[in-house]
Every structure is written in C-alpha cells, then in structure tokens.
Design a protein around this ligand. Sequence first.
Ligand SMILES: Nc1ncnc2c1ncn2[C@@H]1O[C@H](COP(=O)(O)OP(=O)(O)OP(=O)(O)O)[C@@H](O)[C@H]1O
Length: 333
Amino acid sequence: MILAENLVKEFSRPARVEGPFAGLRSFFSAKRVVTRAVDDMSLRIDDGEIVGYLGPNGAGKSTTIKMLTGILRPTSGRVEVEGVVPWQDRRANARNIGAVFGQRSQLWLDLPLRDSFELIAKLYGLSPADYRRSLEQFVDLLDMGPFLDTSVRSLSLGQRMRGDIVAAMLYRPPVLYLDEPTVGLDVVAKTRIRAFIAEQNRTEGTTILLTTHDLADIEQLARRVVIIDEGRLLYDGDLTSLRDRYAPFREVVVTAAHIPAGLDLDGLELREVQDTGTAGEQRASFRFSPAALPAPAAISRITSALEVTDLTSREPGVEDVIHRIYTERGVVR
Ligand SMILES: Nc1ncnc2c1ncn2[C@@H]1O[C@H](COP(=O)(O)OP(=O)(O)OP(=O)(O)O)[C@@H](O)[C@H]1O
C-alpha cells in the first residue's frame, strides 16, 4: 500500500539579484525563493491497484515519485510505502519497490542484459532457483531470448525497455513505479509492454503507479486516475466518471461530398470542416451529448443532411478530458 498524508515538498533557491556579478551575488544572497512542488497531497493506493498519475509538465509528479522512492525527504507530511517510511529506510524501501524510467535506462550499458539481471539477482539476494524461474518466465513472456546476450548499448529502444521492466520486476517487488514506460515505442512494442504490465498486476497483485503522457497507457491499464497540477490534487477517481464529468460528449467524424461551414443540425455541434485532398470531398466532426441525442439518431440526422461517404465515431480520450480540466481552470501551457 502507498500512503501519503498532507505531503509537502518545497524547494528553496537563492533569489535572483540584479546588477553586476548577479550570479555570484544571487548565490550568496540571504533572500530565498521557495517553490512548493507538492502541496498538501493526500493519497492512498491499495494493494494491487493500478493508478494513472497525470499532470502537465512541472505539476509535481517526479517530486512525488522521488519521495516515494526515498530519494527526497518531504518538507512535511507523512509518506509510507508497504509500511516503510521511504526516506528513513531507503534500503528496506528498495526491496519493496521497482522503478522504470522510460527516458533513461537503469541497466549497465556495456553489459549483456543477462549479466545485468544476474547482478540484480545477487544484489537482491535471490536464490539461484528463484532467479532462474523468474528469468525464464519473463524472457518467455516478453520474447527476450534473441537478445539476452546482447549488450544493453546495442539494443533497440523497445528491447531496452523490456530489459528495464524485467530488471525492475525480477525480485518481484510488491510496488512498481512506471514513469513513461512506453515512451518512443512503436504500437506493437507498446501493446506488448502494456499486456505484460497488466498480466503482472493480475497474477502477482503488484501495486502500480503509472506516470505517462501517453493517454492510451492509462486507458488500457488504469481504472483509477489521479491528476495533479501545481502540486495539488485536481482529481482522484475512476476514469469513467472523469470522462462523464469533463467530456460528456461523443464525436462522429464524417467524410462527405460537401459540408457547408454553417450547417446547423439540431443537437449536433459542427466542428472544423477540412478538405480531404480529394476534389469535392470534405471531412468534419460533429459532437453531441448521448444523454440528449442517442448515437443512432445523431448518425441518421447527419446522413440525411449530407452525402456521406465515410463515418467513424469515437469516444473522448483522456486527452480531451484533461484539456478540458485545464481550460476550465485556466491552466495555459
Ligand atoms: N531540485 C529542485 N530544485 C528546485 N525546484 C525543483 C526541483 N525539482 C523540481 N523542482 C520544481 O518543482 C516543480 C515540480 O517539478 P516536477 O519535476 O516534480 O514536475 P513533473 O510533474 O514531474 O513534470 P514533468 O512532467 O515535466 O516531468 C517544478 O516547478 C520544478 O521546477
């Protein structure tokens, strides 16, 4: 279980002094500027939950994770992971957590993957039998046999990410922090990694905190979403209610012979009209509220007004939802 109560983290730096030798004088200045990166955050994540942790750049996500891993000591408030206060007992905490940072590898770049895994197994005191069993299972699930003896430096990004995930899970920690675990990967690689994460959560009951800018990661893995901004909790709840609250609309994308820009259909909001590149053909999207206008009625209204050649419908993604929350709150990035 992950527990944070009224968690605060402030960073303080010297205030900038203007004039000659500004850099040096700022360094010695008594005036300080305080940034509250995490501001009175309370959060409880139960065993076996997968929580999507979202927020714009600079919201305080990394700072929270650094407090959970024990790298940073909170300014005030309480933090506990599996009953351990991370900054007080980093060693005990390290055994309970695994972490994957998509942007940088935690593996030894010049060693073959297999050697990195062996080192980790030794560091964490795995018995040879447990190590063999885990490795065999992971290599099989993630199809890593062909590159197990290749040095990490020579691996493709997708292969390296699989390596990092296995390294974080080899000792089967009950808690896993995943920071952008699919960044830069192609669709096939993303799907494989998401399936693996879901499987580990299901079979091992691993508690997972997932930070990502790829909203498909959230949609496919997490039912619960926590959104933060400026260090404060904006939303904590399930993904479906979030969508219903902030994006209670559906969208239909239509390709038709001619779509008049001012077309006014009852219950349907016409969004931008674009040329498709094919002569005389245009594409536009219509938004409607399924509570006021059921989807079949919306589609029939569109098809009777236009010469439709193609039509697809989509649900709002988490991206729409977050955009709307930020717009409402006046967050401009
Ligand atoms: N060591 C530090 N010293 C001073 N300020 C810091 C430090 N680390 C983070 N901050 C500030 O704290 C705030 C939160 O940063 P944080 O890295 O936690 O955001 P984030 O949500 O992880 O952003 P991103 O999505 O860009 O990684 C930012 O204003 C950042 O500038």
